[in-house]
Ligand binder design. Sequence first.
Ligand SMILES: NC(=O)c1ccc[n+]([C@@H]2O[C@H](COP(=O)([O-])OP(=O)(O)OC[C@H]3O[C@@H](n4cnc5c(N)ncnc54)[C@H](OP(=O)(O)O)[C@@H]3O)[C@@H](O)[C@H]2O)c1
Length: 132
Amino acid sequence: MQNNENKVALVSGANTGVGFQIAKALVENSYTVYVGSRDLVKGEAAVQELGGSAKAIQLDITDSGSIRSAVEIVEKEYGYLTLLVNNAAISHAGIPGRTLEEIMGAQRASIAPIDELKTVWDTNVFGTLALT
Ligand SMILES: NC(=O)c1ccc[n+]([C@@H]2O[C@H](COP(=O)([O-])OP(=O)(O)OC[C@H]3O[C@@H](n4cnc5c(N)ncnc54)[C@H](OP(=O)(O)O)[C@@H]3O)[C@@H](O)[C@H]2O)c1
């Protein structure tokens, strides 16, 4: 039986940015929060900052083995999730350090490198579906 004392959430890409802020809000609202992070060290650093009932969990949504391991941990420790927040995403897969204008310009359909688009879709679409 789930009640206010055992709400369990998993937030993907929660070591930074919007995902971190969502995890923070959930901790403040009495959730146990799995802080999904590709790099467990970054996840553990985020958990230190979040406190409460945050728990770091290694999770790369493009890696089926990583997803399976995370699911096994959740199943073993709680057996359910109250909430899944599909936050992890990438905005592009090109050269890092470019301005937003340069990134947007390089994503026009007529010139966007297909390999880069596939990488973005692998994360944002298929990774998200795989985790769900
Ligand atoms: N910021 C905005 O203004 C804005 C606006 C609209 C929508 N959003 C959406 O909000 C979400 C977060 O955006 P953000 O600005 O916080 O982005 P961010 O700072 O770049 O953070 C993205 C997070 O996703 C993680 N991630 C990337 N690829 C992953 C993968 N394959 N598996 C697991 N985690 C992965 C990153 O991990 P690493 O730290 O390891 O890279 C990071 O934790 C995205 O869905 C984005 O589309 C943001």
